[in-house]
Design a protein around this ligand. Structure first.
Ligand SMILES: [Zn+2]
Ligand SMILES: [Zn+2]
Length: 133
C-alpha cells in the first residue's frame, strides 16, 4: 500500500500464548513517539497462518514500555485481562486474575507469583512482567 509519508505508524504483531488453553494469539502493538508500545488489538491466529513469518515475533522483539489501554480486549481465547511478559524467556502470555496470583509461563513453564497490587487500579491491564519466583 502506498500511504502518505506523514504520520507513519510503527506496528508489530507479537505472538502471545494463552495460559489457560495453551493456544497462541497475536497482540498488535503500536509504537508512540517515545519507547512506549500501546496494545491496540488481540486476535486468534488462524492455524493455517501459524507458520507465517508475520507471527514469528515474540516478546523480546519489543523494547521499551508497554501499555494496555482500557479498551484492550484481553486474551481472545479466555478473555484473561492480564498480560504478562515472562522475565525468563521474555515471551508474552495471558493470565486470568480471577484464578489467583499463581502463574506459570506456558512457553518455558516457569512458575511464578504475580506481584500485583491487590487493590486494582482503574486500568487492570498495566501489569507487565512483575513476576516473582
Ligand atoms: Zn488466555
Ligand atoms: Zn517463560
Amino acid at each position: 500500500m502506498a500511504g502518505s509519508s506523514s504520520g507513519k505508524k510503527i506496528a508489530r504483531i507479537i505472538v502471545s500464548r494463552c495460559m489457560k488453553t495453551g493456544k497462541d494469539y497475536g497482540i498488535r502493538w503500536e509504537k508512540t513517539d517515545s519507547d512506549l508500545w500501546i496494545a491496540t488489538w488481540s486476535f486468534k491466529i488462524p492455524s493455517s497462518q501459524k507458520n507465517s513469518n508475520d507471527y514469528k515475533q515474540s516478546g523480546d522483539a519489543l523494547s521499551g514500555e508497554f501499555k494496555f489501554p482500557p479498551d484492550y480486549p484481553g486474551c481472545p481465547h479466555c478473555q484473561g485481562r492480564i498480560t504478562i511478559r515472562c522475565i525468563d524467556c521474555k515471551k508474552i502470555y495471558c493470565h486470568d486474575i480471577e484464578k489467583g496470583i499463581k502463574t506459570r509461563c506456558p512457553w518455558c513453564k516457569m512458575d511464578g507469583v504475580l506481584n500485583i497490587n491487590p487493590n486494582p487500579t482503574p486500568s487492570p491491564l498495566t501489569i507487565d512482567g512483575n513476576v516473582d519466583r
